[in-house]
Design a protein around this ligand. Sequence first.
Ligand code: G3H
Ligand code: ZN
Length: 284
Amino acid sequence: MPLVSMTEMLKAAKAGKYAVGQFNMNNLEFTQAIIEAAQEEQSPVILGVSEGAAKYMGLEYAVAMAKVAAEKATVPVALHLDHGSSFEVAMKFIRAGFSSVMIDGSHHPFEKNVEITKKVVEAAHAMGVSVEGELGTIGGTEDDLSVDEANARLADPKEAIEFYKLTGVDALAIAVGSAHGLYKGIPKLRHDIIEAVSKEIDIPLVLHGGSGIPDDEIEKAIAAGIGKINVNTENQVALTNTLREIFAKDAKVYDPRKYLGPGREAMKEVVRGKIRLFGSNQKA
Ligand code: G3H
Ligand code: ZN
């Protein structure tokens, strides 16, 4: 199938009380692992690409890989810009072939965030591209962006509802206690905030920093209204740990296929586990 926007898959997720996974692509092996797991589990899937990852892969390579992956699959696949930093960046990614974009104006004051997000929504929707916005400040590290705990700010439910009404986004990421990267302790999510916002809006909420959160916290978050969950770090760890194990056993290995192949398999099992946990299996 050609790439699709997130609109239909997220509508179905909200109605069916499950979540669709956004798994970030960092290279070919990530792309293959994500698509193979989604296909085998008959799950819709979102391929996430951050600006940093696009820089690393090359924007055209990223789009080409995602397009081939989507065409080979029979499940719906969206190609989504993760944490887009400006209107210009969002337009650049749409022009390159992305079917969905996130505009992350969460570091701006509320009015400015609304203004930028609305502008992206108007332009993107005219092209059939879906948009995710963000409110509150999610802690942790992703790419070159670091937010320490003291500066992480939870989303205000009233503001989040207002933000949705003013912008018309298709999905809304709100800060509810999760963080990007590896957690130091066990994360506790604010399910009350998720529920307060979710029951007032008809789009799903997005949970960023989906790696390393206990399964029961994820289940409760989905029940409260999370319909999209982003995962990157757990795949990175699975790949890297596999490589470390192989190199520790065999110091002479030099053919990348001998370690990247098993690394790809390890990521595929991570994605499969998340798809089942999120409940999006057999929903394609
Ligand atoms: O936007 C991407 C995600 O929020 C990924 O978070 O690396 O903690 O899984 P993670
Ligand atoms: Zn994120």
